[in-house]
Write a protein of this length. Structure first.
Length: 143
């Protein structure tokens, strides 16, 4: 079982879905403002509109929300694509290529998140990368 690439790939897919769900919960949490400095920062992030050219006037909260939506979307895309390939029993040669693509994307994502985020996303993306690495190692090579 532990030498089967489908086991590790299924685990990676499940961690992708778990990461997408957990990260999406952050859209429903309101920050707890505890002092005047935090209140000022909150006001600026939500209300100060920067002129970004060609008619775009966005707050930094708008930019943060747009970027924050990308992680669950990326996890859903990876999880749905790899999960579909598993359900359809695609050839290992095809799946190996998709694992390599996902591994590259999630490895870069792990480095960025490690440098700029906090422990929860680092652990979750790290688990995805670890499972993708193991799936890639155990996936049979084609001709």
């Amino acid at each position: 079982m532990l030498k089967s690439y489908t086991f590790w790939l299924t685990a990676a897919v499940l961690f992708m879905f778990l990461t997408a769900i957990l990260h999406s919960l952050s859209f429903f949490v309101t920050p707890d403002i505890q002092n005047e400095t935090q209140r000022q920062l909150h006001e600026l992030l939500h209300n100060y509109r920067e002129d970004m050219g060609v008619g775009f006037h966005r707050t930094f909260w708008d930019l943060f929300t747009a970027l924050s939506a990308c992680l669950p979307l990326m996890c859903m895309l990876g999880g749905l694509t790899l999960g579909y390939m598993l359900i359809k029993h695609a050839e290992p040669n095809l799946i190996r290529g998709l694992i390599a693509i996902n591994l590259g994307v999630f490895a870069v994502c792990l480095v960025v998140i490690f440098l700029f985020a906090f422990i929860v996303p680092v652990v979750l993306i790290g688990l995805i990368v670890l499972n993708l690495v193991l799936a890639y190692i155990f996936c049979p090579r084609g001709n």
